[in-house]
Design a protein around this ligand. Structure first.
Ligand SMILES: Cc1cc2nc3c(=O)[nH]c(=O)nc-3n(C[C@H](O)[C@H](O)[C@H](O)COP(=O)(O)OP(=O)(O)OC[C@H]3O[C@@H](n4cnc5c(N)ncnc54)[C@H](O)[C@@H]3O)c2cc1C
Length: 431
């Protein structure tokens, strides 16, 4: 019988793992790693399958930690939470809220597993915040020999490597995160003409604790969103508003994308219509996670590069020129977010404040040319790819962009001497 396929959320990755496993404890993970190693085979862990890249893909042993997914410990005094690594961010947020606690920052969605999100350098926005992995203060790692390594803040170098590791150093079985008291945010949205926004972005990113920008190609304006902690009364959200946002994404945007697929010539006009309808000034106040997360978008593909902050303006202008020169019909927003410098060896923001610039597109004829062109621009500006999104750069081109690359490789050899966690993807991108 043919094995059941693994398919990721975006449906652009598919594989047929020969074996599937769902360990429910660290002991079971250790036994599994040892058994796979003894057979000279390979193993990959999949979190929630929300990466566009082939990071979790394997045709050998695919492991899910869905049965190893719960809150292990909450330390209210120290503001720490420890979770079994398969736990979804969404469930963690709910559990923390019950304790009056919250994650410091979040990306656009919370469907990911905790270990999966940190492994690829998932981030939210705000120059005062690092990638989510920088909230990790300790973790337990089952190495390629089946040894359990307990890494805390005293293990600086090793912890920094294991925080953003693409699953190349071992199976993360438990994660301890720094958290804070629950807090509300005010979201302020406004728009600027494209050129003004482009020029002002690095400065605006410094002015606002958390800022993101969306540009819908073929329109002349950029929509900006700034988030700031507040004590003001909640307004502008609520369950009805959230249900409406979800419905708009599910029905209206999906319909618009379908129309554009059937008649690509309509894409620029459709984009202008969406821009006019959807991008307007507003203020909302709500619990932090509800504002930082957005309604689940229609299925699409994403490429994203981390760029030095100073390259933001040039990168966005060059992308606009690319779209105009090649007459690309781009049917989804471009997004700019900002991330603090960190010390994680493979983080896109390693030792530099970054603009994470994302090129998004629902499947369409111009997709390949758009992503290739965007990637060339990003690589030319010293970009580092988001490991969980689409990119074509390979190890030889990537290595010089990460000052701690060699150190990471040495740790990889030490922690996984027999290549238990190796996959085709890891061979290509890490060498
Ligand atoms: C709609 C959507 C919105 C998104 N929004 C954002 C965003 O706002 N910001 C952002 O930065 N990214 C975003 N992403 C990307 C996403 O956060 C990352 O790709 C993330 O890694 C996916 O987490 P996952 O749990 O699905 O992991 P998977 O995709 O299943 O796996 C990712 C990697 O983690 C490894 N891994 C998983 N569990 C373990 C473990 N226990 N031990 C060791 N390795 C492990 C896997 O082997 C793989 O290498 C988004 C993705 C989608 C689909």
């Amino acid at each position: 019988m043919r094995p059941r396929p693994f398919v990721n959320w975006a449906r652009n990755q598919r594989s047929w793992p020969r074996h599937r496993h769902a360990p429910a404890s660290e002991v079971e993970i250790v036994d599994l790693v040892r058994a796979v190693r003894a057979r000279g085979e390979h193993l990959r862990v999949v979190g929630a399958g929300h990466s566009w890249s082939a990071a979790p893909v394997t045709d050998q042993h695919l492991v899910t930690l869905d049965r190893h997914a719960r809150v292990v410990r909450v330390d209210r005094e120290a503001r720490r939470v420890t979770v079994a690594a398969g736990m979804r961010l969404r469930d963690l947020t709910v559990a923390l809220d019950r304790e009056g606690l919250a994650l410091e920052n979040l990306g656009s969605i919370s469907e990911q597993s905790v270990a999966g999100a940190i492994a690829t350098g998932t981030h939210g926005t705000g120059l005062g915040h690092g990638v989510l992995a920088t909230q990790v203060v300790a973790l337990r790692l089952v190495t390629g020999t089946g040894e359990v390594r307990v890494l805390g803040e005293g293990d600086g170098d090793l912890l920094d490597a294991a925080r953003v590791s693409l699953g190349a150093l071992g199976v993360v079985s438990e994660v301890t995160l720094r958290v804070r008291d629950t807090f509300d945010l005010e979201e302020r949205a406004w728009s600027l003409p494209f050129d003004d926004a482009c020029r002002a972005l690095p400065e605006l990113a410094r002015e606002h604790a958390q800022l993101k920008a969306w540009w819908l190609p073929h329109t002349g304006r950029v929509q900006l969103f700034a988030y700031a902690p507040t004590q003001a009364a909640r307004h502008g959200t609520g369950p009805v508003r959230r249900a409406l946002d979800a419905a708009v994404n599910r029905v209206a945007f999906t319909g618009v994308l379908g129309l554009g697929r059937a008649a690509p010539g309509l894409i620029p006009s459709l984009s202008r219509l969406v821009g006019k309808t959807y991008f307007h000034a507003r203020r909302r106040v709500d619990r932090s996670d509800r504002l930082l997360n957005v309604a689940m978008p229609p299925r699409h593909l994403e490429m994203e590069y981390g760029l030095p902050l100073a390259a933001t303006t040039e990168a966005w202008r060059a992308t606009k020129r690319l779209i105009e020169r090649e007459r690309l019909r781009v049917n989804f927003v471009q997004e700019a977010r900002f991330v603090a410098a960190d010390a994680c060896h493979l983080s896109p923001a390693y030792q530099r404040e970054s603009c994470q610039l994302g090129a998004y597109m629902a499947p369409s004829a111009d997709l390949e040319r758009y992503f290739r062109g965007f990637e060339a621009i990003a690589l030319g500006l010293d970009g580092r790819p988001h490991w969980g999104k689409i990119f074509h750069a390979r190890a030889a081109e990537l290595a010089p962009r990460y000052p701690r690359w060699d150190r990471f490789q040495a740790l990889r050899r030490e922690l996984d001497p027999d290549g238990v966690f190796v996959s085709e993807f890891l061979r290509e991108v890490l060498g």
